[in-house]
Every structure is written in structure tokens, then in C-alpha cells.
Ligand binder design. Sequence first.
Ligand SMILES: Cc1cc2nc3c(=O)[nH]c(=O)nc-3n(C[C@H](O)[C@H](O)[C@H](O)COP(=O)(O)OP(=O)(O)OC[C@H]3O[C@@H](n4cnc5c(N)ncnc54)[C@H](O)[C@@H]3O)c2cc1C
Length: 213
Amino acid sequence: MKAAPFDYLEAYSADDAVHLMHESGADAAILAGGQTLMPLLALRMATPSVLVDINPAKDMVGITRGDHGIRVGARTRQAAAKRDPVIAQHLPVLTEALTHVGHHQTRSRGTIGGSTALGEPAAELPATAVALGALVELRSKRGTRLVPARDFYTADGIKNTVIGLLIFGVLSNGLNQLQLDIYVRLWVRGIILLIALIINIYALKLRDTGAAE
Ligand SMILES: Cc1cc2nc3c(=O)[nH]c(=O)nc-3n(C[C@H](O)[C@H](O)[C@H](O)COP(=O)(O)OP(=O)(O)OC[C@H]3O[C@@H](n4cnc5c(N)ncnc54)[C@H](O)[C@@H]3O)c2cc1C
């Protein structure tokens, strides 16, 4: 299957992305890493009339430490965030969570903002952002606002907004060193497969025993 026709526009900055999204109407979509969007387009499960590609937007990339915490640009690749020393030092749980996001190949294209925008219930980044009390910067023609990650998925008016960056945690003079951050991924599918395997082996053994008697 091929994607439905769409117009393709490139955004060279976050402001550019906001402008293009505003001009392109309600069914425009942002293209970040394309790890989810491209398959959805190919299957025609997403049919935006315009794609606004934020890959050229250099000002949406990078990890900086500011007064209010660690700012991660939405277009920052997950692989870059995973190996970032500032994140590793101050937000080790985020580094740990990122090791579970897909595979090396998907992380090298997938972005922090893309995973946040998508908000898959089983995805690592949305849950980690909520757990760490991150703020999501939303940009639209009406201006910029910061929404706590825990409110982001229920907030009004997020359609056609551009996630500019995520702000993680307030650095509190090393206080983070006193807390223990642990990320555990519940491998539910794996556990179910293991149980199914054990039942199958047991059933085969019973059948063989029955056949032998
Ligand atoms: C094989 C495979 C395995 C994966 N495994 C996991 C996993 O184990 N755990 C996990 O958490 N994830 C997993 N993912 C998801 C993946 O890692 C990405 O996080 C996800 O696809 C979104 O990132 P992206 O940058 O590619 O976004 P895209 O696919 O480009 O976009 C996704 C959505 O977000 C919107 N969007 C993107 N950027 C912005 C922005 N700045 N502002 C507003 N909207 C935006 C797009 O319009 C689109 O609707 C997997 C993906 C694949 C293909």
C-alpha cells in the first residue's frame, strides 16, 4: 500500500513549524523521526493533507541545563538523549528508560517530542515524563505555554500545536543524589509467552506419556 497524496513542507526552525502548521489547516501533521508516522501513512491509517518536516529545524535539537531543569529539544533523537552525560548525571532514570525504547535503529531516528506527542500508553517516555514531573512546551500561533506532562494528554487545544521541548526536573543542588531512581519495564508480553511455552511443553509431555501407555 502507498501513502495517500500529501503536500510536503520543511520547517527550518520551531517558529517556522508553528507558522506552517497554522497555515496548513487542521489535518496537517508534523514529521519528526517518522518511526510511527511513516508506517501509519503507508497503511493509510493516517492521511494528513500536509506533512511539516521538522528535521531541518536545528533550534529544536539539543540538551541544555538551565535554572529550571534540563531542557530537551523535541527534535532531539532518542539515541542522542540516551548517551547524553548531563541526562545520565541528573536524570539516570531517563537514561535507563531510553535504553528500553525500541532498538538502536529506531532510537537513531525517533525523537523525544515524537514519542511524547504520540503518548502510547506502553511507551517509556510519556510514563517517564509524567513520573519525573516534566513540563511540555507547547507552541502555537497563540503563543507558548508550559503544560505538566501529567496534564498534557487531557489538555484542551493541543491539536496543531508543536512540542518545542521538554523540561525535566528542577535541579536542586545535588539533592537528586539522595533519591533512588529505578526504571523497571514489565515485560508482560514476554511473561505471557513464557507461560504459553510452559503449558505447551507440559501438554506435549502429557500427550507423549499417553501415547507410550
Ligand atoms: C520497531 C519499533 C519498535 C518500537 N519500540 C518502542 C518501544 O519499545 N518503546 C517505545 O516507547 N517506543 C517504541 N517505538 C516508538 C518509537 O521509538 C518512537 O518513539 C515513535 O515512533 C515516535 O517518534 P518519532 O520521532 O519517530 O515520531 P514520528 O513518527 O515522526 O511522529 C509520531 C507522532 O508525533 C507527532 N509529532 C512528532 N513530533 C512532534 C512535535 N515536536 N510536536 C507535535 N507533534 C509531534 C507526529 O505528527 C505524529 O503524529 C518503536 C517504534 C518502532 C518502529
